[in-house]
Write a protein that binds this ligand. Structure first.
Ligand SMILES: *Cc1c(COP(=O)(O)O)cnc(C)c1O
Length: 359
């Protein structure tokens, strides 16, 4: 069997033990003689998987009882539209614009003719930092992108506001413990840090989704899914099963605090390699805002030819997915929960070997 070291931004690497467990159970799920993919979403067999995923998530991520955990479809991109549909009250929505994903979220609110205020943005320096955002306490809600997958920046502390805070956590959900007292709605496509594509996780304070305009279609109301325990219609059952295996894996790893510690160690290895390269490598993000999930960097003077050579050099050593997003160029190493420290160490070694050969 061949397994490469996969630094793709999403879909991204999954733990081998999770894949192997899914493989073992694929054809005959726990002795029931069918695949979980073939099980009715109304069967006890599936419901146990579904409720188990929610329960494990609640325990691991310490989600309070007054928050609903929803499994939806349509990706984080659907949430860009669904959040204003459900939470806009005719006032103002305030956004921090920290990159491409924030911009897409803003656009969907504008399409719905919501009044939008951008209270902070970092576009003038190609989103290399998290700008200070002063959200008002009176807006309908404030929206941030906790980790900017493309640029490699991440909030280390969420902004204070009395307004509901909505967080797009697509690329850092489950990577560190969060303070729920500060967050009212969190959403994430699963395919970066939580499982395969196809499931979208929404964690939302129940009181926020009670009163929704009559105009919102049934499937686009959070309340529909909250009332039906995400079983209003057929949910993405296999993806939710994979998510439940990911939660078990997180438990085995010692929980989210332990994983957060591990993530810090992994990121430090890479950032040290960049910082100790005598200027051969340059990080894109400002130090204080550096992401622990997506490490973005260039080679001196943004030498595109050398950067492409490094990508190829790493591929020869079975490391893939390192080409940076076109809006930043250079390289991006996505080192989500499932990336091992050995994988990161291998990348650091390759970067050092490459630097010696080209200095
Ligand atoms: C990938 C990503 C998205 C888009 O997710 P989809 O599930 O593909 O719609 C949105 N926000 C952030 C921060 C992302 O990283």
């Amino acid at each position: 069997m061949k397994r490469v070291i996969n630094f793709n931004a999403g879909p991204s690497t999954l733990p081998l033990s999770v894949l192997e467990k899914a493989q073992r159970e694929l054809v005959d799920f726990r002795g029931h003689g069918l695949s979980i993919m073939e099980a009715s979403h109304r069967s006890k067999l599936y419901e146990d998987v579904h409720n188990g995923a929610i329960e494990k998530m609640r325990n691991l991520y310490t989600i309070p009882d007054d928050y609903a955990v929803l499994f939806l479809q349509g990706g984080a991109s659907m949430q860009f539209a669904m959040v204003p549909m459900n939470l806009y009250r005719g006032g103002v929505i305030e956004y921090a614009n920290t990159g491409a994903w924030s911009k897409k979220a803003i656009k969907e609110a504008q399409i719905q003719k919501c009044q939008v205020q951008i209270v902070a943005e970092s576009s003038e320096s190609n989103f290399d930092h998290i700008p200070d955002a002063h959200f008002s306490d009176t807006c309908d809600y404030a929206h941030i992108t906790s980790n900017n997958t493309i640029y490699g920046t991440q909030y280390k502390c969420f902004p204070e506001t009395k307004a509901p805070l909505v967080v797009d956590a697509s690329s850092d959900i489950f990577s560190y413990p969060v303070e729920w007292s500060k967050i009212d709605l969190m959403y994430a496509g699963a395919q970066k840090n939580a499982g395969p594509s196809g499931v979208t996780i929404v964690i939302v304070k129940k009181s926020l989704i009670e009163n929704v305009s009559e105009d919102v279609p049934t499937m686009l109301r959070y309340k529909t899914h909250a009332d039906a325990n995400s079983l209003y219609n057929t949910p993405p059952t296999f993806g939710i099963y994979m998510l439940s295996l990911m939660m078990e894996w997180l438990e085995e790893r010692g929980g989210i605090e332990a994983v957060a510690q591990y993530n810090e160690e992994k990121a430090a290895l890479l950032y040290d390699a960049i910082d100790n390269s005598d200027g051969f490598y340059t990080g894109h993000a400002r130090r204080q805002d550096r992401s622990l999930m997506n490490v973005t960097f260039n080679i001196r003077n943004k030498d595109a030819e050398l950067e492409a050579k490094l990508v190829a050099f790493c591929e020869e050593r079975d490391m893939i997915g390192l080409k940076g997003h076109r809006s930043v160029g250079g390289l991006r190493a996505s080192i989500y929960n499932a990336m091992t420290i050995e994988g990161v160490q291998k990348l650091v070694t390759a970067m050092e070997d490459f630097r010696k050969a080209h200095s």
